[in-house]
Each structure stands twice: as C-alpha cells, then as structure tokens.
Design a protein around this ligand. Structure first.
Ligand SMILES: *[C@@H]1O[C@H](CO)[C@@H](O)[C@H](O)[C@H]1NC(C)=O
Ligand SMILES: *[C@@H]1O[C@H](CO)[C@@H](O)[C@H](O)[C@H]1NC(C)=O
Ligand SMILES: *[C@@H]1O[C@H](CO)[C@@H](O)[C@H](O)[C@H]1NC(C)=O
Ligand SMILES: *[C@@H]1O[C@H](CO)[C@@H](O)[C@H](O)[C@H]1NC(C)=O
Length: 325
C-alpha cells in the first residue's frame, strides 16, 4: 500500500485536480513518553515515525534528534533542524514542568506516565490534518482540535482541568497549530521524496512450511511462514487447488529489525486431508508470480526414503555377496 501511495503521491501531488482517487492517508508522528517517579525524577523516551517506519530517535539528555536513515532530514537544512530541536526541547521541558506543578491539582499519582502523540496526516487531494493528543496512564486524556484542547470523554474532571489550563496558552497553541498543520506536512513531503529509494524498495519474501503444536488426535496444524518482505501488504492463503481453505488463521504481521516483515498463516486440518494442500504467497515484489509451497506429508517423505534406501541396501548386499564369491 505504501508503495501504491507513493506512486499515487507522485501522480496526485498538490496541484492535481483529481478528486475521486481513494487512497490511504500517510502520517508523520512524533511520540513522547514521560514517566514521572517523584518530584525530581523523570524519564523520557521520544521517537518519530513515518507510518510504521521509525525515522528518528531522540537523545533525552540533550534533546538532539537521532537520524535513523540517510533521508531522515528530509529536505531540511541542519540550521532548520537545530532550530526545531531547540524548540521541541523547550516545549518538552515546559511540559514536564507543567505536569510536575499540577500533580496535586490534577490528582496525578506517582509513579505515572504521560504519553504524547503529535503529527500530521496527509490525505490525498485534501488538506492535511494535524493532531496532538495526550494520554495519562495509557488512557486518552485530551486532544487538540481547531486551536482548542478538548477533554477526552473518559478523562473525567482531570481531563477538563488539564484542558482549562492548556487553553490559556494562546501563543503556544497558535504555534502548535501552525507547526502541525503547515510545517509538518511539508516536512513529511520532503521525507517521502528523500526516502523514495528505501520507501519504494521491493524485497522478496522467503517462505517455508512447518507443523505447529498438534490441535488434537488425527489433526495437524500446518504453518506457512513468510519472512523478510517489504513493503508490508502481503496475501498468504492455504489452498487446495484453486480453492481457498476455510479456517485459515492469520497471525499479526511482525517487524524484523531491518524494516522488513514476517507473517505466519496456519491451518488446522485432519491429518489424512493434508495431502494436496498448498500455501500461496502474493506480494508486490513477486509481481504476478505467486510463490506456491506444496505440503508434503511426512509419511510420503518416509516412503520416498524407503523407495530409495531399500534398493540401495539390496544392491549393496548383492555387491558384497558377488565380491565374496
Ligand atoms: C526519586 O526517585 C529516584 C528513583 O526512584 C530516587 O533515586 C530518588 O531518591 C527519589 N527522589 C526523591 C526526592 O524522592
Ligand atoms: C533516556 O532514554 C533511555 C532509553 O533510551 C533511558 O534508559 C534513560 O533512562 C532515559 N534518560 C532520561 C533522563 O530520561
Ligand atoms: C473543527 O475542525 C473540523 C475540521 O478539522 C471541522 O470539520 C469542524 O467543523 C470544526 N469545528 C468547529 C467547532 O469549529
Ligand atoms: C521541502 O519540500 C516540501 C514539499 O515538496 C516543500 O513544500 C518545502 O518548501 C521544502 N522545504 C525546503 C526547506 O526546501
């Protein structure tokens, strides 16, 4: 999909008047988690993400960005990036202080965690959308929309108090609004352009079959493993001939450290019905040539083994006998 998005992005960049193209939005998101242990001790962890690809880390002591890809700077100059680093760090320090100062008032209890997710989403052919939202102990607290902080319905009086406070920071709120509705989408476009070669790359999966833990007597759990592919969208099916099998269990698509993906898809079958099943893998890197893996029953492997070994042993015996004679 990402690949498709990028292709479409090239076609429908702003200025194009095509309105009816249906595409998934793509987002750039900064996340920050701050753990408050007591009045003087906090820990924080920040990162930035292009959809599901981490693009930046964050040095929590200096506030410096860590660029994880050669293209993580997008089309920004070092001067601009340092300016942004300083701005975000000042924002972070201020934020931490506001929470420390309001522990009593907002009924926060040590130790607690504040999570911040902020960024922008590019909708093709429409204005992009900026978002900023906070969570307390993993539950939504407040979000920023139309220049105003809104309490989350489940946030209770705490969320209302936080919003009341945040809504007093008029200048800051205007800056936040401009940053996420204007600066962020520009940066995102620069990032997509600079990272083209990596973002549009195609990596072929490897695939293999195995059995999982037996689901019961006379049954087999067939597992089809598909590993190391990029981009993420993939279709993996257990089939008999052209017939897709009911009861296929699809796992979650899991990341490898190198940015490629892994998926396993299993099927619970009666042992005697396993013959003739196959796993079919469809992925953009394979173009129209689906990968097909046939299930071979262990006992049929055993038969092949016997079929090869028995004549060999007989032959060896015969040779030995002839030689002795
Ligand atoms: C705050 O917590 C840290 C780590 O748990 C601890 O080392 C420190 O002594 C605590 N400080 C206070 C003032 O309680
Ligand atoms: C900074 O982040 C690291 C994890 O990346 C964490 O171990 C460390 O405690 C953090 N330091 C501060 C001061 O938050
Ligand atoms: C807030 O902004 C959204 C678009 O982001 C708009 O649809 C909505 O009408 C606005 N609401 C108010 C109260 O201005
Ligand atoms: C980066 O690229 C975006 C989108 O193409 C553009 O709007 C922006 O002006 C560029 N920024 C710089 C600093 O060149």
């Amino acid at each position: 999909m990402l690949f498709l998005q990028l292709v479409l992005l090239v076609v429908f960049l702003p200025g194009s008047d095509s309105e009816d193209a249906v595409q998934e939005p793509i987002s750039f998101q900064i996340t920050l988690t701050v753990s408050f242990y007591n009045r003087s001790w906090t820990q924080s962890l920040g990162s930035a993400w292009l959809d599901e690809i981490q693009t930046h880390g964050w040095d929590n002591k200096t506030g410096a960005f860590i660029f994880l890809w050669p293209w993580s700077k997008g089309n920004w100059s070092n001067v601009e990036l340092i300016k942004l680093e300083k701005l975000l760090y000042a924002y972070f320090v201020g934020l931490r202080q506001v929470f420390q100062d309001h522990v009593k008032h907002w009924q926060l209890e040590y130790p607690f965690q504040i999570q911040l997710a902020e960024g922008c989403e590019l909708h093709f052919g429409e204005a992009s959308v900026g978002f900023v939202k906070f969570a307390y102990q993993g539950a939504d607290l407040t979000s920023f929309q139309n220049m105003t902080w809104w309490p989350s319905p489940k946030g209770g009086s705490r969320a209302q108090e936080v919003c009341k406070r945040f809504n007093q920071y008029h200048v800051l709120n205007e800056e936040i609004y401009t940053f996420f509705s204007d600066t962020c989408p520009k940066f995102l476009l620069g990032l997509l352009d600079a990272g083209k070669a990596d973002l549009q790359r195609q990596v072929r999966p490897e695939a293999w079959l195995s059995t999982g833990p037996s689901p019961g007597p006379g049954r087999l759990l067939l597992v089809c493993h598909v590993s190391g592919f990029y981009p993420k969208p993939v279709l993996v099916m257990w089939m008999r001939g052209e017939q897709e099998q009911q009861g296929t269990q699809q796992g979650e698509v899991l990341p490898h450290a190198d940015g490629t993906w892994y998926l396993q898809v299993s099927l619970d079958v009666k042992t005697r019905e396993a013959a003739g099943l196959l796993c079919r893998v469809r992925h953009s890197s394979l173009r129209d040539q689906d990968m097909v893996l046939y299930w071979e029953q262990p006992h049929s492997k055993g038969l092949v083994f016997l079929a090869v070994m028995v004549p060999l042993v007989l032959l060896a015996g015969l040779t030995l006998w002839l030689w002795k004679c």
